[in-house]
Design a protein around this ligand. Structure first.
Ligand SMILES: [Zn+2]
Length: 263
């Protein structure tokens, strides 16, 4: 069984435009679905993925409502587990967190680059408090992002600070922090935090991935692709070159996610 903990899709009307834009600002990234939920489901099924966690991102205050309504709508699909999003600088961010909970969504995705905030800014304290109170899973985009320049807003040191204000499961995407493998090994491995494996295939040196797993163990690693920007087959290829037992691979591919999501 495979659960992909890191995917994206968009409302039908804007899917192709959204993909084109995001691909362009990221330097011409290749994409593997047409951006819609139907395409995500069919590409994932063909590659042996049973369920996809869809991470939505509100990139401004006004988008929050539509983004979370879209999440609630696709969350009804059998193979989709959709997370909501808030725009941290929005006046009604706390209200929207409560709405995410009442819509039955299990988590929230924050993207500190697209949303322009440092994850350890004092401003985040009440937001983290509310997310923790409601027991929502919090996923951060972490590390570098090919659409942005320095300074990045969720580096391992920022994450360590933010963790002190959080009392809920936290997932740092892209192996803990994209492009920061050595710092992840030094600072984040062994801490109470999940890493997803998304977008590792073309970016993560095998030796760094192995050392992250050796130090962090496999109980808090979640398989993820970053679809449409990668696929399960690509991301499996990296994992399958590592020294992992069948049990450890099963933890990563599905067991940890099943437990975390309460499936
Ligand atoms: Zn992503």
């Amino acid at each position: 069984m495979t659960i992909d903990f890191h995917t994206h899709c968009f409302p039908e009307k804007i899917a192709s435009r959204a993909l084109d834009n995001l691909s362009f600002v990221s330097g011409g990234l290749k994409y593997y679905t047409d951006g819609t939920v139907d395409s995500l489901i069919s590409v994932s099924e063909k590659q042996g993925t049973d369920k996809c966690v869809v991470l939505n991102i509100a990139t401004n205050e006004k988008q929050q409502k539509n983004v979370n309504n879209f999440a609630a709508e696709i969350n009804k699909r059998e193979n989709i587990i959709a997370f909501g999003s808030i725009y941290p600088k929005a006046e009604n961010a706390i209200y929207e967190i409560e709405r995410i909970k009442s819509l039955g969504l299990k988590g929230i995705k924050l993207h500190p680059e697209y949303q322009n905030f440092f994850v350890d800014d004092e401003m985040m304290k009440p937001i983290y408090k509310k997310i923790s109170q409601l027991g929502l899973i919090l996923v951060f985009h972490s590390g570098f992002d090919c659409a942005y320049q320095m300074p990045f807003h969720c580096m391992p040191d920022n994450l360590l600070n933010a963790l002190k204000w959080l009392d809920t499961p936290v997932v740092a995407a892209h192996w803990g922090a994209s492009g920061c493998g050595e710092e992840v090994i030094e600072k984040l491995c062994g801490k109470d935090i999940y890493f997803d494996t998304s977008f590792g295939y073309s970016h993560m040196p095998k030796s760094v991935a192995q050392r992250i797993i050796d130090k962090h163990g496999t109980d808090k690693i979640l398989f993820g692709t970053d679809a449409p920007w990668s696929t399960a087959n690509r991301e499996r290829r990296l994992l399958e070159t590592l020294e992992l037992s069948e049990t450890e691979l099963a933890n990563i591919y599905s067991k940890n996610a099943i437990k975390l999501l309460g499936l």
